[in-house]
Design a protein around this ligand. Structure first.
Ligand SMILES: Cc1cc2nc3c(=O)[nH]c(=O)nc-3n(C[C@H](O)[C@H](O)[C@H](O)COP(=O)(O)OP(=O)(O)OC[C@H]3O[C@@H](n4cnc5c(N)ncnc54)[C@H](O)[C@@H]3O)c2cc1C
Length: 301
C-alpha cells in the first residue's frame, strides 16, 4: 500500500491528484499527490504528527509568488481556508490575522481600527502565510517592521510561537522558514495610532501607484528576480532586451520588465525557461547573477 492509501484521518478535506494551477496566479502546473485543506490548527497539527515523516509537505498561500512545475508536486500540499481567515484588532495598536487572510484585507482592517503602518500590505496581493515566509513588503516597509510574533505548526505537528527575531528576516526571506518546514497559521502585528481617513488616503495612493506601474491583472508572480546589490532587476532585464519579447506563451511584461507573465497558453517550462534564459543572458552581458524571487516548486513534466 502506498502512503496515499494510509493518510491520517482528518476533519478537513483531502483531495487527490488535483491540479495546482488554479491555486496560483500563473495558472500553470501539474497536480499534487494530495492537497490537504485542514479544518483548523488542531486538525493540521494532528495530521502532521500522524503523517509518515518521509512524505514531503509544501504549504501554499494564494500562489502569487509561486510557479508550480508541469510535473506537479510530490507529497502533500497544504492550503489553509476559512478557519484561518480571521482578522481581530487588539489593544495597544495590535491586530491578529490568520494565515489565509489576504494582505490587502489586513491593511484595510488595520486602517479601520486606526492602526497605521500596515498600509504597504495594500500593495501585496498574497496571503499572510506567504508574507511571513517572504518578508513581503513594498515602498520601504516590510513584514519585519510590523510583526510581533507568528504562530506555526512544525512538520512533526507541534504548535509553536515565533518572535520576530526567531524568523531571522532579511530581504524577502525568513532564514528560519527556509530551514524548517513550518506551516504558519497566523500572526500578531503592531502599528501606531492614526486617523482611519489618513490611513485610507495612503492606501488609495498605493493602489493608484500599483495600477499604473504593474501588470496586476495578468497571470504573473510579482517580482521575478530579487534586486542584486547595487542593481535593479527590471533594468538588467530591460537592458538585455527582454522586455515584451515572447518566449512560448511567456514574456517579461512590457509594463514592468521584472514581471514574468503567462500571456495565455504558457506552460511552467516556458515560464521557467524564459527566466533561466534571461539569467544566463544578463550574466554574460553584465556579469550580474540574478536570483529568483519567485518560488518554483515541483518537478518538470
Ligand atoms: C502583481 C503582483 C505584485 C506583487 N507585489 C509584491 C510586492 O510589492 N512586495 C512583495 O513582497 N511581494 C509582491 N508580490 C509577491 C507575492 O504577492 C508575495 O510574495 C506574497 O507574500 C506571497 O503570498 P502568497 O500567499 O501568494 O504565497 P505563495 O505564493 O502561495 O507562497 C509563497 C511562499 O510562501 C510559502 N507559504 C505560503 N503560505 C504559507 C503558510 N501558511 N505557511 C508556511 N509557508 C507558506 C510557500 O510555501 C512559498 O514558499 C507580488 C505578486 C504579484 C502577483
Amino acid at each position: 500500500m502506498s502512503w496515499q492509501d494510509q493518510l491520517p484521518a482528518v476533519r478537513g478535506k483531502l483531495l487527490k491528484d488535483e491540479l495546482l494551477g488554479p491555486f496560483t496566479w500563473f495558472r500553470v502546473g501539474g497536480p499534487a499527490d494530495v492537497i490537504f485543506l485542514p479544518e483548523d490548527a488542531e486538525d493540521l497539527a494532528a495530521f502532521l504528527k500522524a503523517l509518515d515523516p518521509a512524505v514531503p509537505v509544501t504549504p501554499i498561500g494564494v500562489g502569487s509568488n509561486t510557479l508550480v512545475r508541469d510535473g506537479g508536486v510530490d507529497g502533500v500540499v497544504i492550503r489553509l481556508g476559512k478557519a484561518f481567515a480571521k482578522v481581530e484588532s487588539r489593544s495597544d495598536n495590535r491586530i491578529f490575522a490568520g494565515s489565509a487572510v489576504l494582505d490587502a484585507i489586513l491593511a484595510r482592517e488595520a486602517g479601520k481600527a486606526g492602526i497605521a503602518g500596515l498600509e504597504f500590505y495594500r500593495g501585496v496581493p498574497g496571503s499572510i502565510g506567504g508574507a511571513l515566509v517572504m518578508n513581503a513588503g513594498c515602498y520601504g516597509s516590510e513584514t519585519k517592521d510590523v510583526l510581533v510574533e507568528a504562530y506555526a505548526v512544525t512538520r512533526s505537528g507541534e504548535q509553536i510561537t515565533l518572535s520576530n527575531a526567531d524568523l531571522e528576516y532579511s530581504y524577502r526571506k525568513s532564514a528560519r522558514a527556509a530551514r524548517e518546514q513550518l506551516i504558519f497559521t497566523g500572526a500578531l502585528f503592531e502599528g501606531r495610532p492614526d486617523e482611519p481617513s489618513a490611513i485610507e488616503a495612503r492606501m488609495a495612493e498605493i493602489t493608484e501607484r500599483r495600477e499604473k506601474t504593474q501588470p496586476i491583472r495578468e497571470k504573473t508572480g510579482g517580482s521575478t528576480f530579487k534586486n542584486p546589490p547595487g542593481h535593479s532587476s527590471w533594468k538588467l532585464v530591460d537592458d538585455a532586451g527582454w522586455r515584451g519579447k515572447p518566449f512560448g506563451g511567456a514574456m517579461f511584461s512590457p509594463l514592468h520588465s521584472n514581471f514574468l507573465i503567462n500571456t495565455g497558453e504558457a506552460t511552467a517550462a516556458d515560464l521557467e525557461g524564459l527566466g533561466e534564459a534571461v539569467r544566463a543572458d544578463v550574466k554574460s552581458k553584465f556579469g550580474v547573477e540574478l536570483e529568483w524571487e519567485i518560488k518554483r516548486i515541483g518537478k518538470p513534466a
